[in-house]
Design a protein around this ligand. Structure first.
Ligand code: AMP
Ligand code: MG
Length: 361
């Protein structure tokens, strides 16, 4: 067998990004194509599963070809193909998974079925060489979880959301305020226009769900309802941009406050499980919401106080992408964890099978 570094193609189609990437064992990303479907879903204010699946179908072959071209390679240069097989919108997952299996079957390559969440979690090993064990906060449009990564395939969920994901809460709150889709980035921009930050939070008091309680779970539906009540109480007619900026600011501060409290508990739990590590462990934040500067700053300060290493992969690798899937493929290929071609797509696929079943997995 050749000693050359292994090369894996990763395919991601679990939500609203069609993504294909080729990554080498040493962490070099040889190509990384992401096609966002934001335009297709904009008119509906959220991701429409049927439209997503069709859009993946329309573009997957072009992206596969493009990823090979960008890496200046053919299928013959690959050592394996990895594809997200869940969790996610099943129609989309099937498209990427079947494309991956077809490549594996026709090229006689190993196929690796990847858990999308494991992709997010292990990205810090691709970008920052994070060593096990480490703590991860995953905050995206579909997931909000705190996990300990003990080892490859060994994850312990410390907390999850009891209702909405944080990105969903950002998007829905932004929609109520008349901001476009996707709401998260727009809400952050508007919040920066708040002129009187001291009074914004007094003017628009918001609940901090589960703050101060034991554990690391989240709940965001009450926050969303409170946002609705504030918007409905605003004077009728066109919304005043100053009111919207103040409300967005108060929302962001509240979210930061909740995250800080929940992550503080998670850090204590992590350090009680691993009290004697020779080196500081990593605290990793990932998922689309990790783009928010206020949230990043809160987490950075918190982890520095706890003497942990703050790691936030670059935004292109925080939101959905194929490189993280290829990376999990590489990690599993090295362990010879190969799947057969009859492996099924899984709309739900918890990283920690022992965690209590809550609405979000
Ligand atoms: P993902 O689910 O990982 O693809 O990330 C998409 C989610 O991240 C959506 O809910 C976005 O609104 C959210 N998001 C992206 N950028 C930001 C930001 N700057 N602040 C808050 N949320 C964001
Ligand atoms: Mg996405």
């Amino acid at each position: 067998m050749s000693n050359a570094p292994k090369i894996v193609m990763g395919i991601e189609t679990s939500c609203d990004e069609t993504a294909v990437s080729i990554v080498r064992e040493d962490g070099e990303i040889l190509s990384n194509l992401v096609l966002s479907q934001i335009k297709e879903h904009k008119a509906f204010g959220g991701v429409v599963p049927e439209i997503a699946a069709r859009a993946h179908m329309d573009h997957i072959d072009t992206l596969i070809k493009g990823a090979l071209n960008d890496a200046n390679m053919t299928f013959k240069d690959l050592d394996a193909v990895a594809a997200t097989c869940g969790p996610g919108l099943i129609g989309g997952v099937m498209v990427g998974m079947m494309a991956g299996k077809a490549i594996a079957a026709s090229q006689n390559l190993p196929f690796i079925a990847v858990n999308h969440l494991e992709g997010h979690v292990l990205t810090a090993r691709l970008t920052h060489k994070a060593q096990f064990p480490f703590l991860v906060l995953l905050v995206s449009g579909g997931h909000t979880q705190i996990l300990i990564a003990h080892d490859i395939g060994k994850y312990q969920r410390l907390g999850t959301t009891l209702d909405d994901a944080l990105g969903e809460c950002f998007d829905k709150s932004a929609k109520l305020m008349g901001l476009g889709y996707p709401g998260g980035p727009n809400l952050e921009k508007i919040a920066a226009k708040c002129k009187d930050s001291a009074s914004a939070c007094l003017k628009y008091p918001l609940p901090t769900p589960l703050k101060g309680r034991k554990g690391c779970d989240f709940s965001f539906s009450g926050l969303k309802t409170a946002m609705r009540n504030h918007v409905e109480a605003l004077p009728e007619g066109d919304l005043d941009p100053n009111d919207i900026a103040d409300l967005a600011y108060a929302f962001q501060i509240t979210v930061g406050d909740v995250l800080k409290n929940r992550c503080q508990n998670a850090i204590s739990e992590f350090l009680s499980i691993y009290p004697d590590l020779p080196k500081p462990s990593a605290f990793v934040v990932c998922g689309g919401v990790a783009a928010n500067s206020h949230i990043r700053q809160i987490l950075k300060d918190l982890t520095h106080t706890a003497k942990m290493d703050f790691m936030a992969p670059p935004m292109t690798l925080c939101s959905d992408n194929g490189a993280m899937i290829a990376w999990v493929g590489l990690e599993k290929l090295k362990l010879n964890e190969i799947d057969t071609l009859d492996v099924a797509a899984r709309p739900r696929w918890p990283l920690d099978p022992n965690a209590e079943k809550l609405r979000r997995q």
